[in-house]
Design a binder for this molecule. Structure first.
Ligand code: SAH
Length: 253
């Protein structure tokens, strides 16, 4: 049977999914808890990677080697970069770049050494399925989040975007850094700290990978509401609803 891996960086991002899985069984490997179970008829392994590229790459490798997942989905939060990408929107990655990779002058800046590329694609079909599921969920944001949450976080017309996501080992929280990233990658929609690493691992193993990120901040100096509360009350619920919607529509393998 096909096995689907689902990973997030932060506990809050995954809380709703874990609370929902009916029959999970915990297996600890490399200091991580892998939760094995079933969801809408699919075999799934759910795991928290912790933050950053190395932690995410280790987690992805264990999912692929030990748990033999043949599809991997990352769900979490990210900072918005694109001018129309707002807090509460969802970004589905079409591809990833490590914005902090720089082995120049030996290799062109941002190129991952010995891969001959800076850019790693997300799996197109999988991403299209997740974008469809995200659109259906966001159309009914109020049903999933409740009226008060929609009002408080101003989530009245959330949108789904598909495009380039940047990853690096840095929480981007200044206007200057966000501006520099937008100058270097005008098409970038969002910035986070894990996606490109997982995409590289999945490229190595030729396993389909896609990522869905709820925008939690604008990656600049704007004071935003409590990050953890946003994740708990918005992003985590979006993750649950989007993944659930996606799995219901997917043929068990
Ligand atoms: N304040 C948090 C730290 C979160 S680190 C805490 O105390 O736990 C940020 C996490 O959210 C990373 O997993 C990253 O992928 C994502 N993220 C959200 N906004 C980001 C931004 N502006 N820059 C980089 N990563 C961001």
């Amino acid at each position: 049977m096909a096995v689907i891996g689902i990973m997030s960086a932060l506990h809050e991002e995954l809380a709703a999914v874990l609370a929902h899985m009916p029959d999970e069984q915990r297996v600890s490997v490399a200091g991580r808890d892998f939760w094995l179970g079933h969801w809408h008829g699919h075999a799934v392994v759910v795991v928290l990677s912790r933050i950053g590229k190395v932690a995410a790459a280790t987690t992805a490798t264990v999912l692929l080697e030990r748990f033999r997942v043949d599809t991997l989905v990352f769900t979490g939060v990210a900072g918005g970069l694109g001018s129309d990408v707002r807090v509460g929107d969802v970004v589905v990655a079409s591809g990833f770049v490590q914005h902090d990779m720089d082995a120049s002058p030996l290799f062109p800046r941002h190129e991952v050494p010995l891969y001959g590329r800076a850019h790693f694609d997300a799996h197109a079909d999988l991403s299209a399925q997740l974008a469809g599921a995200s659109r259906r969920v966001l159309q009914e944001a109020e049903r999933h989040l409740g009226h008060d949450t929609v009002d408080e976080f101003q989530l009245h017309a959330p949108e789904v975007h598909q495009g380039l996501v940047l990853s690096g080992d840095r929480f981007v929280s200044t206007g200057a850094e966000s501006y520099a990233l937008r100058q270097a990658w005008p098409a970038a929609l969002a910035v986070e700290m894990e996606g490109a690493a997982v995409a590289q691992v999945c490229h190595d193993y030729a396993v389909p990978f896609a990522a869905v990120r709820t925008i939690s901040d604008r990656a600049d100096d704007t004071a935003h509401t409590d990050f953890n509360r946003f994740i708990r009350e918005v992003a985590s619920r979006y993750s649950l609803a989007i993944l659930s919607q996606w799995l219901v529509g997917r043929q068990p393998g």
